[in-house]
Ligand binder design. Structure first.
Ligand code: FES
Length: 131
């Protein structure tokens, strides 16, 4: 998993060639690497935008307003979940519980930066920082 994370950080996503390289480097069967990469939400099997924003839509965050945050972001970016903006800057994803339910609603930027206690105003501020 760590090797896949490092590989994804380099390219932004995991191409078949990159997963084959990881499998070869670790002396593993390529299918074992594909299985891990396709199971976990943080790995991308297709190109994504410079900033991948994963919004938690599980129960606790939903109760804290995640649906409204997601709708605000979709409208602001002009994309739906699973899509990338035309300029390639933002990809919006729907995510599972990130283990920080008390900070909901929240999202994760590029699997690294967690932004919690979101409001539409705070979302706008974060997106402006990223632009
Ligand atoms: S439900 Fe969103 S972090 Fe747990």
């Amino acid at each position: 998993m760590a090797a896949l994370r490092i590989a994804q950080d380099e390219l932004g996503w995991l191409s078949t060639e990159l997963m084959d390289f990881v499998a070869n480097y670790l002396c593993m069967a390529p299918v074992a690497v594909y299985e891990v990469a396709s199971f976990y939400n943080m790995y991308e099997m297709h190109p994504v935008g410079k900033y991948k924003i994963t919004v938690c839509t599980n129960l606790s965050c939903t109760l804290m307003g995640a649906e409204g945050i997601a709708e605000h972001m979709k409208k602001k970016l002009g994309i739906d979940f699973g899509e990338t903006t035309g300029d390639g800057r933002f990809t919006l994803k729907e995510g599972e519980c990130m283990g920080a339910c008390g900070e909901g609603p929240l999202f994760l930027v590029n699997n690294k930066r967690m932004c919690g206690s979101l409001s539409p105003e705070k979302v706008d501020q974060i997106l402006a920082e990223l632009e």
